[in-house]
Design a protein around this ligand. Structure first.
Ligand SMILES: [Fe+2]
Length: 233
């Protein structure tokens, strides 16, 4: 069993820290400042720390520098950064893994502008092409967990207007990556009453979970089952 703390958008735990008994992986879906992620790393000491970027993550970049992808941030070394790509964790490196675990990430929201804060249809097509080639020429068959800042539209999330509208084009990555779990941010839970979490055990096509401001849950690597352990109030 893997114990995961997923976060995004609001530094809720900074002043309301919770004693989670075990955090194997810290996964950030974006729009959180380095000081907060640094606090979470120190507080919970997760072995794995991975982030995608949101549209307000300018603090991670020095003007004129390329965003780092599939490596640790040069500004904040504590988090492994995925602009868009796939990172595979080897079970030889982490005791809590029964087998290798593949994590896909796609940063930003669908709007005209620079990656990693924004992405275009062309960026999505480029990523899909990379995935198709990887599947054709290696044993890669998909990811276990997908991270995005923007919400994907699987016809499940019944809210979000303007640039918070769930994206069908982002959801189309599912055809190529088939994650058991998709974590997203950008939609703030406290601004809406609509359902933001969907589990396969309740009939959803995949486990789709909003990480804002945090979610603490267990993930069964064999079945992909999720148990939500502590919900934000
Ligand atoms: Fe956002």
């Amino acid at each position: 069993m893997i114990y995961i703390l997923a976060v995004s958008d609001e530094p809720e735990l900074y002043n309301n820290s919770i004693d989670f008994p075990q955090v194997d992986m810290l996964l950030s879906c974006g729009d959180l400042a380095p000081y907060y992620l640094s606090f979470l790393v120190d507080r919970y000491m997760p072995s794995v720390r991975i982030m995608v970027h949101g549209n307000h993550d300018g603090t991670y970049f020095i003007e004129g520098q390329e965003p780092v992808n599939l490596q640790y941030s040069e500004v904040f070394a504590g988090m492994f950064s995925i602009v868009n790509g796939i990172h595979v964790l080897s079970c030889d490196d982490y005791d809590f893994l029964d087998e290798d675990l593949a994590i896909g990430g796609f940063s930003g929201i669908a709007a005209y502008g620079e990656q990693p804060f924004y992405h275009t249809d062309f960026n999505l097509t480029q990523f899909k092409t990379k995935v198709i080639m990887k599947k054709r020429f290696s044993s890669f068959s998909g990811v276990d967990i997908m991270l995005s800042h923007a919400p994907p539209d699987f016809g499940l999330i019944a809210c979000g207007e303007g640039n918070h509208k769930p994206s069908e084009k982002l959801a189309s990555l599912n055809d190529h990556l088939s994650p058991k779990l998709w974590l997203y941010g950008h939609i703030h839970r406290r601004y809406t009453n609509c359902d933001l979490n969907f589990l396969t055990r309740d009939g959803a096509p995949l486990n789709l979970i909003n990480a804002c401001p945090f979610q603490y849950f267990s993930y069964d690597q064999e079945t992909g089952d999720i148990e939500l352990l502590r919900l934000p109030e």
